[in-house]
Design a protein around this ligand. Structure first.
Ligand SMILES: Nc1ncnc2c1ncn2[C@@H]1O[C@H](COP(=O)(O)OP(=O)(O)OP(=O)(O)O)[C@@H](O)[C@H]1O
Length: 375
């Protein structure tokens, strides 16, 4: 049974829907992330879960218990916000103890539980300090300790790392992930940072304009996006206009015209007409001399080269007028290419996802997904 069920929840602001018919089941101990661009409804959904907003449609269950008429303070939730929301006039210890005092926990238990929480976030040595004497990362750890000290059934985190610099974000995100796994607290995490979401989550829901676009494990979302929005929002993707012809229901294959090439492709459903071929820059390779001539390729000329050490980013103008990005590796000088050079860009059809012309739905998903189940 799911620990958290968001059952077709819609939250209106006037006539507009902040969250539109969200349906998600979240398991016990899961690290679940709500990911999407600014204004997509992440915070609204989180605040509705917390009981700060009341949805107009649908229900929220914690286990079998319906939470719809349960006030926020009775929902057994710990929260961490972007701005830390810690009290500047209280010591680190008193900040963490605050929720326990409000719950009338005994003095002895407060001492024990706050000490434990401070140890977990590695702030024991700072218990008597004022927050102003602490760094941003330390202040966020106070907020984290304050959220976990009440032993909540659910931890909600709204962009907790946004105020930290890039290096500290990386450090804190792996700390949060490790802590969440160790304490096994079901966690719902909000971020607009796709790399952060991929790094920390068990599963991710991608939202756009209030609607959930896709729910899946990080590699599923990345390798098998269900529509153009998800493919474009997570990582970078080449979209190449193609045409699908002669779908054969017996073999479930069709011919795809891509640039000057004609390639046979397996499809998930019957389709003929214009389509969008979506492939990641690292799934495209520059063909080397004397390599497999069976692999499909399209030709073009190199217009930009960015050498980044572990990879080289090439922009290539194809003969059909479209530009693609190829992220290649160059382990020796002889493999480096320059601007103006001719390039043959090759790919495996199985790596690509093909969408209908508007990009609303995949007509060919990524055939390799089952091989990645071990992750
Ligand atoms: N209190 C409010 N009153 C009216 N409209 C609101 C309110 N809160 C949010 N909205 C609208 O609802 C939509 C979703 O907002 P929300 O804050 O949930 O987005 P978000 O994904 O969390 O964005 P961000 O990453 O910028 O915080 C937006 O269009 C926003 O303008």
């Amino acid at each position: 049974m799911a620990q958290i069920t968001i059952d077709h929840v819609t939250k209106y602001f006037g006539d507009a829907k902040g969250v539109d018919d969200a349906h998600i089941d979240i398991g016990h101990g899961e690290f679940f992330t709500l990911l999407g661009p600014s204004g997509c409804g992440k915070t609204t959904l989180l605040r509705t879960l917390a009981g700060f907003y009341q949805q107009e449609e649908g229900s929220i269950y914690f286990g079998e218990k319906c939470m719809d008429s349960e006030p926020a303070h009775k929902r057994d939730i710990g929260m961490v916000f972007q701005n830390y929301a810690i009290f500047p006039h209280l010591t680190v210890f008193e900040n963490v103890a605050y929720g326990l005092r409000a719950r009338k926990v005994s003095k002895q238990d407060i001492e024990r539980r706050v000490s434990e929480a401070l140890e977990v976030v590695e702030l024991s040595a700072h218990r008597s300090k004022q927050p102003a004497q602490m760094s941003g990362g330390q202040q966020q750890r106070i907020a984290l300790a304050r959220a976990i000290v009440i032993h909540p059934g659910l931890l909600l985190m709204d962009e907790p790392l946004s105020n930290l610099d890039a290096k500290l974000r990386l450090k804190m995100r792996s700390e949060i992930r490790a802590l969440q796994k160790r304490l096994n607290i079901t966690t719902i995490y909000v971020t607009h940072d796709q790399e952060e979401a991929l790094a920390v989550s068990d599963r991710i829901a991608v939202l756009n304009q209030g609607r959930i676009q896709q729910v899946g494990r990080p590699h599923e979302i990345y390798l098998n996006p269900v529509n153009r929005f998800v493919a474009n929002f997570i990582g970078s993707t080449n979209f190449i206009d193609t045409e699908i012809m002669g779908y054969d229901p017996a073999t479930k294959k069709a011919n795809m015209r891509i640039a000057e090439q004609q390639v046979s492709v397996p499809l998930d459903r019957a389709y003929n007409g214009k389509a969008l071929f979506s492939i990641r820059p690292e799934q495209l390779k520059l063909k080397k001399a004397n390599t497999d001539s069976e692999v499909p390729s399209v030709v073009g000329s190199i217009t930009e080269v960015t050498f980044l050490g572990e990879k080289v980013e090439y922009l290539i103008d194809l003969k059909n007028g479209q530009t693609v990005q190829v992220n290649d590796h160059a382990v020796s000088y002889s493999e480096l290419r320059g601007v103006g050079q001719f390039a043959e860009v090759c790919f495996h059809v199985s790596d690509a996802v093909i969408f209908d012309e508007e990009g609303k739905e995949a007509i060919k998903s990524n055939g390799n997904i089952s091989a990645a189940q071990a992750i």
